[in-house]
Design a protein around this ligand. Structure first.
Ligand SMILES: NC(=O)c1ccc[n+]([C@@H]2O[C@H](COP(=O)([O-])OP(=O)(O)OC[C@H]3O[C@@H](n4cnc5c(N)ncnc54)[C@H](O)[C@@H]3O)[C@@H](O)[C@H]2O)c1
Length: 344
């Protein structure tokens, strides 16, 4: 049985069905901030347990042979909205989960960390970051992930085999959709407004990767020989793209499916922006893992899925983590004082 924490989220909703297809039984442990609607029709192969990782019952580890750990606050705005909760969820909860796994002899632990750890802020030198590059994260989200990484690496030994996947920014369709990720945002803007806005001349580099490739990378890592992954860090990047280049890829992919009236508006007014490139070749060399899906293929797939699922409610706050979670936070206060909405 594989435990996927955060399995009802954007990446989880692609990873969990992939695991089930491969014949694994899956237990999802998730606070369900965004519900569990993205994990429909998985039948007996997937069990969903609602809960908060800051206070979990160790029984969720019963019968588990490997953990893929995706749960936590998953971007800068939500981390900055409540830095204390961010530290508790992303760092402390990862520490506790890893220790419980180790105590129970669960060796396999694949951690979804982030390439934003490499972001050195404004005016940083432009060079290709590798897993060996020195990092000095400052933002709350990157720092909490980096601290969790260091804890996991310290725990690594013959009885515990954590592997850290520093994921680039993810793109692609998921039944639990996010439009707060750069490619997905561009596609949504093109469909809604017929225009893409590119700031700072679009010069900035970003490491990117498709959602299915990320899911496959986690599976490859839990299946790889232990000596190849134990205590290792791997960047998961299909390619580094400049933002302006990305906009052209999105425009071209949409044109292939008949969306032709899209303009790209480039703003050159301010240049104080972040830019970083990340080398994704180590996992290719070490584990033979090759990301397969490029931006254009993924955008075409997204549009097809959106059309098939008639999912045109692009402004639904659920698709934007900070909007949705700050709304829930506000509602929590309101409901405490008024009780139910239509119920007593
Ligand atoms: N999406 C990306 O571009 C990207 C890039 C790099 C790294 N990551 C990392 O990958 C992981 C998954 O990202 P995602 O895009 O699927 O995010 P997501 O926000 O869609 O999903 C996160 C899931 O974790 C759950 N969760 C959050 N806090 C929890 C807690 N305390 N206890 C239990 N469950 C909790 C949420 O309910 C949600 O279902 C995250 O750790 C994120 O930091 C994502």
């Amino acid at each position: 049985m594989i435990l996927v924490t955060g399995g009802a989220g954007y990446i989880g909703c692609i990873l969990v069905p992939l695991l089930a297809e491969k014949g694994y039984s899956v237990r999802v442990f998730d606070k369900l901030f965004f519900g569990d609607g993205g994990l429909k029709n998985l039948g007996k192969r997937c069990e969903i347990v609602q809960g908060d990782l800051r206070d979990f019952d160790p029984q969720i580890l019963d019968g588990v042979s490997a953990v893929i750990h995706l749960a936590g606050l998953s971007n800068d705005p939500t981390a900055e909205y409540n830095p204390t909760a961010n530290h508790e969820m992303n760092t402390v909860a990862t520490d506790v989960l890893a220790r419980r796994c180790k105590e129970r002899g669960i060796k396999r632990f694949s951690f979804a960390t982030t390439c934003s750890i490499y972001d050195l802020g404004f005016a940083a030198e432009d060079f290709m970051r590798t897993e060996e590059s020195e990092v000095e994260p400052r933002a709350a989200y990157a720092t909490s992930n980096y601290e969790a990484e260091r804890i996991l690496l310290k725990l690594a030994d013959d009885n515990f085999h954590p592997v850290l996947l520093r994921q680039g920014t993810v793109f692609g369709w998921s039944p639990r959709m996010r439009y707060d990720l750069v490619v997905n945002t561009m596609m949504k803007d093109a469909l809604m407004k017929g225009a893409l806005r590119v700031d700072c001349g679009g010069e900035m580099w970003r490491p990117l990767v498709d959602i299915e490739d990320v899911a496959r990378a986690h599976i490859v890592c839990i299946e790889a020989p232990a000596e190849k992954i134990k205590g290792r860090i791997f960047n998961i990047v299909q390619k580094n793209y400049r933002i302006l280049e990305l906009a052209h890829h999105v425009k071209r992919a949409l044109a292939d499916l008949g969306v032709t009236d899209v303009t790209i508006n480039v703003d050159y007014s301010h240049f104080n922006t972040r830019s970083y490139r990340v080398d994704g070749t180590l996992i290719r060399r070490e584990l033979g893992f090759e990301p397969k899906i490029d931006v254009q293929t993924s955008v075409r797939n997204m549009l097809t899925q959106i059309r098939e699922n008639k999912q045109m409610d692009f402004m639904n706050p659920r698709y934007y983590n900070i909007q949705w979670m700050s709304l829930l936070d506000e509602m929590e206060g309101v409901l405490k004082s008024i009780g139910g909405v239509f119920t007593l």
